[in-house]
Design a protein around this ligand. Structure first.
Ligand code: XUL
Ligand code: CO
Length: 438
């Protein structure tokens, strides 16, 4: 069997954190953290589109990446990517992958031709999955690249586009089921608008909901038991995307009676584009029992777009894993590296270094978050901060026994209001200790 990355051997853990070269410094697949192996806690996934299809092109120039499948004709290239991808994941010890339909097989001239291309590649993927034990975290349909989606996908003003999308998602769900996908993702990159001057927003949202209902019905019909996930993003490529953030997505799902059928796939760089911290969107989803899966990456504070960088910021990975552990860990979800190497990191080995950096960042984050939870110091601080709700007037309000009149009477007694400090700086210094000490 041809080796696609001969310069790289299986990536292993080293005790020596400063040893140069390609190693894991914190990620030890079998180490138990919080009662489970790191591998099971983190459920890392490789994003087919970035790792196997991206070559570093940007609006100012073409790709720079050197990739072992370059120069082949499109179906041969798609096949080579499968073998190379499974070699890559095996060498990295990554247990899952995520894909768009058009990442794994080229689009044909007709839907039927595209579907035939998919069937051919899916067979090879299945065989590689059987051989390696690597699984599918989620599948999705690319309904944003082809020019037919210029006005949107299920929200296009053109009903023929809606029909095309239905056919495309039908097939994408079928192959995700065939590959044992644990989730199916909807990211609506062009489900939004450029100007309200030409947009019937109400109709577009109604249509998007019609589309989601059809997907739910079809999943039932074919017995697909993966979790449906909405991936919010506020903009890019649209000026305004309807699934702006978790709160907006939740209002949409509830308004159209879809909230029992969907959870969220939350991407770090999308949350920050929406003006939130990553942890904020994770918390909103967790508090509503809708945190499904995660697209792990990070943005750049100085740039206003989705840079999809590999996640190396330990504060972010720690607070992310804090939310994941607090929800009881992943069930169907996982951590998909929706991340790409920088354009100047053009060598094939850079793909390995980048994933290792992300995996180490999350391993460290997992350990720090687990320590933070086991110690209970921060949780206790928060609990104490709200202690007034467990006694006296607070307990009475929470039990529904009070109203405006009774509370006015209570306040008229003139009891002084006593505050405690919020101690943010102290808590931040404690967080530092968990990260440094884990
Ligand atoms: C785009 C993005 C997508 C989704 C899947 O910003 O994150 O790759 O994850 O369509
Ligand atoms: Co994503």
């Amino acid at each position: 069997m041809k080796e696609y990355f001969p310069s790289v051997k299986k990536v292993e853990f080293t005790e020596d954190k400063l040893q140069p070269g390609l190693h894991f410094r914190h990620y030890k697949a079998d180490e138990i953290v919080g009662g489970k192996t790191m591998k099971d806690q983190l459920k890392f996934g490789m994003a087919w589109w970035h790792t196997l299809c991206g070559e570093g092109n940007d609006p100012f120039g073409p790709g720079t990446g050197i990739r072992p499948w370059q120069g082949l004709e499109s179906m041969a290239q798609a096949e080579a990517r499968v073998y190379a991808g499974f070699e890559f994941m095996s060498k990295m010890g990554i247990g899952y992958f995520c894909f768009h339909d058009r990442d794994i097989a080229p689009e044909g001239n007709t839907l039927a031709e595209s579907n035939a291309n998919l069937d051919h590649i899916v067979k090879i993927i299945k065989q590689q999955m059987d051989e390696t034990g690597i699984r599918n975290l989620w599948g999705t349909a690319n309904m944003f690249s082809h020019p037919r989606f210029m006005h949107g996908a299920s929200t296009s003003p053109n009903a023929d586009v809606f029909a095309h999308c239905a056919g495309q998602v039908k097939k994408a769900m079928e192959i995700t089921k065939e590959l044992g996908g644990e989730n199916y993702v909807f990211w609506g990159g062009r489900e939004g608008y450029e100007t309200l001057l030409n947009t019937n927003m109400k109709l577009e949202n109604d249509n998007m909901a019609r589309f989601m209902h059809m997907a739910v019905d079809y999943a039932k019909e074919i017995g697909f038991d993966g979790q449906f996930l909405i991936e919010p993003k506020p903009k890019e490529p649209s000026k305004h995307q309807y699934d702006f953030d978790v709160a907006t997505g939740m209002a949409f799902l509830r308004g159209y009676g879809l909230d029992k059928d969907f959870k969220f796939n939350i991407e770090a760089n999308h949350a920050t584009l929406a003006g939130h911290t990553f942890q904020h969107d994770l918390r909103v989803a967790r508090d509503n029992d809708m945190l499904g899966s995660i697209d792990a990456n990070q943005g750049d504070m100085l740039l206003g777009w989705d840079t999809d960088q590999f996640p190396t910021d330990l504060y972010v990975s720690t607070l992310c894993m804090y939310e994941v552990i607090k929800m009881g860990g992943f069930t169907k979800g996982g951590l998909n590296f929706d991340s790409k190497v920088r354009r100047a990191s053009f060598k094939p080995e850079d793909l390995f270094y980048a994933h290792a950096a992300g995996m180490d960042g999350f391993a460290k984050g997992l350990k720090a978050a687990q320590k933070m939870i086991d110690d209970g110091l921060i949780d206790k601080f928060v609990e104490d901060r709200y202690a007034s709700w467990g006694r006296g007037i607070g307990a009475s309000i929470a039990a529904g026994k009070e109203d405006f009149k009774s509370l006015e009477k209570y306040t008229m007694q003139g009891k002084p209001i006593l505050h405690e400090s919020g101690r943010q700086e102290y808590l931040e210094s404690i967080l530092n200790e968990y990260i440094l000490g884990s």
